[in-house]
Write a protein that binds this ligand. Sequence first.
Ligand SMILES: [Zn+2]
Length: 458
Amino acid sequence: MKRKKLRIDRILYCLIFFILLIFLIKFSINFTYNLILFNGVKKNEIITINKSEVKVWKKTVNYIHENMENVTIKHKKNYITISSNDFKNGLKLDTKIYNKTINEKIFSNQKTYYIENNELIKKSSKLKIKVPRYLYKHNYVDIYVKNKNGYELYEKSLKVTDKYVLFKTNKKYDSYYICYIYLDNISSSSKVNVNVNEEKKLKITLNPTNPTSKELVYEYDKKIISFENNTIKGLKKGSTNLVIKSKNDKTKAIVNVVVKEKTKSVSKEKEEVKEEKYETTVKDGITYVDGIMIVNKTYSLPKSYNPGGLTEEFMDAFYEMQSAARLDNVDLFVASGFRSYEYQVDLYDKYVSEDGKDAADRYSARPGYSEHQTGLAADINAADSSFEDTPEAIWLDENCYKYGFIIRFPKGKEEYTGYKYEPWHLRYVGKDIASKIHNAGKNISLEEYYGLESKYKD
Ligand SMILES: [Zn+2]
């Protein structure tokens, strides 16, 4: 009898221990889950965010820990608090991000349903399917549904918006399946110069890299060039367009090939740079030149364009630059990053009421015309003239191109950019293009480099 009782006790202890362990594991899972998407916090500010509204972005939190001292993030049952007494190295929070309207927008990914490994996790009448990473940008997919007869085509050519495909359904299916991945675009040099009998390898990139059909067809003047194994060979003096088309999808790239007789002119190279033409494409109301999204006083973004924050490519490049700057004792942080269309409406209206329209247009963009809406631009450390000539400003001016950034509104270039000098406003364009612009000359603006205009219509 005594023995038996002891055994029950042991089992009880084990059970309690086990339950505690489960709680502990659960707690720690919650803890890592509750990372926050935001741009920083103001001094002494305590932010309360409902747990249900929180969308996770791990990198951001790492970033805060790295940059802010004495940050307290408290995880409570239904919400998180973030507080600090010292944010001198931190990020400034645009509290507006958390006002009701924008908040809803940013965190509207709640209760969404997504596919992982082609399996639907939950069912709903309004589906938002998270697509694989390589499909994040400008792609179309076909959705298949599974019913008792197997898979059937549900909807063709659905647009991927902000990492998701949205569609409505009244029926419940066992699973949804992304079947056909469209080749969204082909990119290659817009212009190639080649001498007679010279061979040049052409780099052709497909986006996404693994579309369902990779088959390409090529059209060109066979008297002027030959084209095999992605290699152009000049045959005769002249020029031809090498058209690279997808066999099954509606996309193509055009490469202007100029074949020249070999000459030894020194000034030739300079001429060629000048005559280089860049491919301009307009997609979903957004203009791209040389693959770069263009936003200025001439080229705007649709109201609905919202990447939800600074893009991953921006942040990755920024972290790299920040680490490098730190080695030179320069502290960099994002003072103002992504701004939605709605946010810019408020900001611009405020400036107009303070300074008048003409003055406001020189330093603030009208809604839809702000690069901050791209998620590829940010104001670093400060956004006023006090930043000029600081060690940080000098460092950025000398080094930012190495990490893929350009000073978007260089000194003395208002007639091209439409904006006063802003040493703090960086735009991510990628290392390749940033270097090219940097090498093109001191303070060359994006507008000058690509021969673009930046003027409001009125
Ligand atoms: Zn800015």
